[in-house]
Design a binder for this molecule. Structure first.
Ligand code: GLC
Length: 747
C-alpha cells in the first residue's frame, strides 16, 4: 500500500512539474476539479477537510484534554489543516502524511504571522500609528515572503477588530479605535499578505478576524459577552471586515464572544446573512480556537454534537481544535440533522483555496529550503523593520527641545527595566524570537553615541518593579550623566490575548523610579514601550519629553535610538485615545455632543461631564509631535455645495515651518451637525502623510463626495442626508487647524 501511494504521488508530482505552479484552468477549471473530487469523498473525508488541529510548535490556546493520534488522523484523511507547524522540514514531513490518505488531499498550514515571521515588526497597534499604508503593506509583504518560504500557506491576520477599551489586551493586535483608519489598514495588510494574486509562493492567505465585535467585550475582559445595537455593529465594527473582504481576504475567522446573546461561531446573522449573503464572501470561515466546543460552555449548545450542528449551519466552515466536526458531522448528516449540502458548501470553499494555492499540483511548493534560507536572512527585511518601527513611534511630548538629544553630549545614562530589554521589544504574538541577536536600547544608544560619549546603564528594577532596591544604583548612574533616558512600560506578555488589565498604570513602582530621578534633579527623557495605551499622569505632567515606542520589534532598539538622536524625525500619530484615568474608559474621540455638552471644564454643572476628572483625554486620537512644525493655511473649497453626484475639492497649503525635514499626517474630519441619527462631533474621513523639507510648501487636497457623508440610518440603510456639514483639517483630532462648511443640496 505504502509503495502504491508513493508511486501515485510521484505521478501527481510529475504532472505538477509539467503543469508548473499555475493552477489548472483558472476559476472554472478549479470549480470542475472541486466537484470531481467532492463526488469521490465519503462524509468522513468531507468532515476531515473541515477539521483543523494544532501542531506542537507552540500552543496558542487551551489544549483539549482529548488524547489524539494526530498523525494517524492525518494519514486517514480526518484532518484538512494544521496550525502551529512551521519550517520546511516539518511542513514537508506532515504534508507527506496527508498524501498517504485515500484521496491524497494536501493540508493547509496556518499560523499566526501577526507582525512578522522571522523579522519582527512593531506590534500592529504600533504599526498603525505610522498611518503609512505603504509601510504597513510592505511589512505584511515581508512577513508573507518569510512565512511562505517556510511552508506556511495561511496567516491568521490581520486582526481588524476595532478597539476602544485599552483594558482589553488585544488592542495590541489591531489598528485602534477608528473605523476609517482601521478599514484602510485592513486593506493594506490583506494586500501585503496575499500579494496581487493568491498562489504565489511569496504570499499567504489572509484572515480577517475576529468576526465580529470582539473588541467591544464588556469591561474590556477578553472573551466576555458583547452587547451592542445593530446600528453600532454596522457603523463601527463591520466596515473593516467589509474592507478586508473587498480587498480579497481569502478567509475569515469568527470570534469567541457572543454578540447580543448568540455566539459568533453559531451566529447565522453574521456568517450567513451578512458575510456570505449580503457581502457574497466566497472564501471560508475558520472558527477560533475551540470556539465550536465553547458554545456548550456559553450555554448555547447541549453538547459537542449540538455545537457542531449549530456551527456548520451558521456558516462556520472549518473547526479549529474542537474536533467537533470530525467527530460529529458524519452522524449528523446520516441522521438528517445536518443537510449534506451545508457540509458540501463548506468543503467546496476549503478545497477551492487548496486548488488556488496550487497544492494539488505540488503539495510541497511552499516548503523550499533554498527559499527559506534566502528569505529569512534578507538584510532588507531588518532594514525595513527598523524604518517602520521608527515611523511608528509617537512623540507625545517634547518641551524645550529636550529631543532630539543634542550634539556634544559627554555622557548619557539609560535607566529602567526596559533599557536593556530584547525579547520585550518584540511584543506578543511572535513566531520566533530574535532576542539573541537583537540590540537593546542601551546597545543602540552606545553604538549611535559613539566612542567619545560615556553611556551608563542601570535597570532600577525589573518590569514588574515590585521593589526599589535598585533605585540607588540607577540614581548613581544618572547623577553623572548629561542626559538621562528612562525606559519603562510593559513586558511583551503584559498585552495580547487573555491579558486584560484593570489597572493601566506603569507596572509596579516604575512611576516611583521616574519620581526619584526627578527629585534628584535628573528629570529624564521617557521612552515607554507597551502593547496598548497606558496611564502615566505624573510622567505626562513632569517629563520634558515622552516617546511612545510600543513594542517596536526586533529592530526596535536601533529605531528608538534613531529617533532619540534625530536621525529619524518622528511622524507617528496615535491610533487610539490615551485616557487620563481608568474612569474615562471606554474612550474615543468620536464623542457625541449630547444635550448638555461641556464647553468649559470649570463649569460642569448639569453637563455631560465627570465632576472628579477632566473630560479630555491625556492624549487624543491622531496626536503626535515632530521635531519640526507645520503650518496649515488657506482652506479653500472648489464649490460650497454639491448635489448627490457632485464632488467638492478641499485644498489648503501645508508648510514645513520648522528646522528639519519631516512628515505630517494631515487628517480630515467631518461633522454632520443635524441628521436623522445623531452623528459624532467628528469622524475621520481622510488622511495623507506629507513629507516636506524645511520651508517647503505643498498644496494638499481632499475630495469630498456623497459617500463620505453617508451613514447608517435607523433602518440600517446606508445613505447621506441633505444639509450642511463641517469639514475640519488638522494635525490631531484635538488639533484642528482649518475649518469650512459645505452643503449637500439633496440626498
Ligand atoms: C487564538 C486567537 C486567534 C488565533 C488562534 C490560533 O486563540 O484568538 O486570534 O489566530 O487562536 O492561534
Amino acid at each position: 500500500m505504502k509503495k502504491n501511494w508513493k508511486a501515485r504521488a510521484a505521478v501527481s508530482m510529475a504532472l505538477a512539474a509539467f503543469a508548473g505552479a499555475a493552477y489548472a484552468g483558472g476559476e472554472a477549471g478549479i470549480a470542475q476539479r472541486v466537484e470531481a473530487l467532492l463526488r469521490q469523498m465519503t462524509i468522513e473525508e468531507k468532515a476531515g477537510q473541515l477539521n483543523q488541529l494544532s501542531g506542537k510548535a507552540f500552543s496558542t490556546g487551551p489544549n483539549s484534554e482529548a488524547v489524539r493520534n494526530v498523525e494517524r488522523d492525518i494519514r486517514s484523511g480526518k484532518v484538512g489543516s494544521m496550525l502551529n507547524i512551521k519550517g520546511v522540514a516539518d511542513t514537508r514531513r506532515v504534508q507527506a502524511l496527508a498524501l498517504q490518505s485515500r484521496l491524497h488531499i494536501p493540508l493547509l498550514f496556518g499560523l499566526d504571522v501577526i507582525h512578522g515571521y522571522q523579522t519582527v515588526f512593531p506590534v500592529p497597534l504600533g504599526e498603525a500609528a505610522s498611518w503609512d499604508l505603504e509601510a504597513i503593506e510592505e511589512s505584511a509583504r515581508i512577513a508573507a515572503r518569510e512565512a511562505a518560504a517556510s511552508g506556511i500557506h495561511w496567516t491568521f491576520a490581520p486582526m481588524v477588530d476595532i478597539g476602544r477599551d485599552p483594558r482589553w489586551g488585544r488592542v495590541m493586535e489591531g489598528a485602534g479605535e477608528d473605523t476609517y483608519l482601521g478599514a484602510r489598514i485592513a486593506v493594506a495588510r490583506v494586500r501585503g499578505f496575499q500579494g496581487a494574486q493568491l498562489g504565489g509562493t511569496a504570499s499567504v492567505m489572509a484572515t480577517a478576524k475576529h468576526f465580529a465585535g470582539y473588541g467591544a467585550a464588556i469591561a474590556g475582559r477578553d472573551y466576555n459577552a458583547v452587547d451592542m445595537s445593530e446600528h453600532q455593529l454596522y457603523e463601527t465594527y463591520l466596515p473593516p471586515f467589509k474592507a478586508a473582504l473587498d480587498a480579497g481576504a481569502a478567509t475569515f475567522m469568527n470570534a469567541f464572544n457572543t454578540l447580543n446573546g448568540v455566539p459568533a461561531t453559531g451566529n447565522a446573522m453574521l456568517q450567513r446573512e451578512i458575510l456570505k449573503g449580503k457581502w457574497g464572501f466566497k472564501g471560508f470561515v475558520v472558527s477560533d480556537w475551540g470556539s465550536v466546543r465553547e458554545m456548550v460552555v456559553h450555554g448555547y449548545a447541549n453538547d459537542l454534537t449540538d455545537a457542531a450542528a449549530k456551527a456548520i449551519t451558521a456558516g462556520s466552515d472549518m473547526d479549529m481544535e474542537s474536533n467537533a466536526y470530525a467527530s460529529s458531522l458524519p452522524a449528523l448528516v446520516k441522521s438528517g440533522k445536518v443537510d449534506i449540502a451545508v457540509v458540501d458548501d463548506a468543503v467546496r470553499r476549503v478545497l477551492t483555496k487548496k486548488f488556488e494555492l496550487g497544492l494539488f499540483e505540488d503539495p510541497y511548493r511552499f516548503s523550499s529550503a533554498a527559499r527559506e534560507r534566502e528569505a529569512l536572512n534578507d538584510p532588507r527585511h531588518r532594514q525595513a523593520a527598523r524604518r517602520i518601527a521608527a515611523e511608528s513611534m509617537v512623540l507625545l511630548k517634547n518641551e524645550g527641545g529636550a529631543l532630539p538629544l543634542r550634539r556634544g553630549l559627554h555622557s548619557i545614562a539609560v535607566i529602567g527595566p526596559l533599557a536593556d530589554a530584547r525579547r520585550d521589544l518584540e511584543g506578543g504574538w511572535i513566531v520566533q524570537s530574535n532576542a539573541a541577536k537583537m540590540a537593546s536600547l542601551v546597545d543602540a544608544v552606545r553604538e549611535r553615541a559613539g566612542q567619545g560619549v560615556r553611556v551608563d546603564y542601570a535597570a532600577g528594577c525589573d518590569v514588574a518593579c515590585r521593589g526599589n532596591e535598585g533605585f540607588d544604583a540607577a540614581l548613581k548612574a544618572a547623577s553623572a550623566a548629561d542626559v538621562v533616558v528612562l525606559a519603562v512600560g510593559e513586558s511583551w506578555d503584559m498585552s495580547g490575548e487573555a491579558k486584560s488589565r484593570a489597572h493601566l498604570g506603569l507596572p509596579g513602582r516604575q512611576g516611583e523610579l521616574f519620581e526619584a530621578l526627578r527629585a534628584a534633579g535628573k528629570t529624564p527623557v521617557v521612552v515607554i514601550m507597551a502593547g496598548r495605551p497606558l496611564i502615566f499622569e505624573n510622567v505626562a505632567e513632569q517629563a520634558k519629553a515622552i516617546l511612545y515606542a510600543w513594542h517596536p520589534g526586533s529592530e526596535g532598539g536601533h529605531a528608538i535610538a534613531d529617533v532619540l538622536f534625530g536621525d529619524v524625525n518622528p511622524s507617528a500619530k496615535l491610533p487610539m485615545t490615551f485616557p487620563r484615568n481608568m474612569g474615562q474608559i471606554p474612550i474615543t474621540y468620536q464623542q457625541y455632543n449630547t444635550g448638555r455638552p461641556v464647553q468649559d471644564e470649570k463649569n460642569v454643572v448639569y453637563k455631560s461631564a465627570y465632576i472628579d476628572s477632566p473630560n479630555t483625554p491625556r492624549y487624543a486620537f491622531g496626536h503626535g509631535l515632530s521635531y519640526t512644525t507645520f503650518a496649515y493655511k488657506d482652506l479653500r473649497v472648489s464649490n460650497p455645495s454639491m448635489g448627490p453626484d457632485g464632488k467638492i475639492t478641499l485644498s489648503f497649503t501645508l508648510a514645513n515651518s520648522g528646522p528639519v525635514a519631516g512628515a505630517e499626517v494631515v487628517q480630515l474630519y467631518l461633522r454632520d451637525p443635524v441628521a436623522s441619527v445623531v452623528r459624532p462631533l467628528k469622524e475621520l474621513k481622510g488622511f495623507q502623510r506629507v513629507v516636506l523639507q524645511p520651508g517647503q510648501v505643498r498644496t494638499v487636497s481632499f475630495t469630498v463626495d456623497r459617500e463620505m457623508l453617508a451613514f447608517y440610518d435607523r433602518q440600517l440603510q446606508w445613505g447621506a442626508e441633505a444639509g450642511k456639514f463641517e469639514v475640519m483639517v488638522g494635525s490631531a483630532s484635538d488639533d484642528i487647524r482649518l475649518r469650512q462648511t459645505i452643503e449637500l443640496t439633496e440626498p
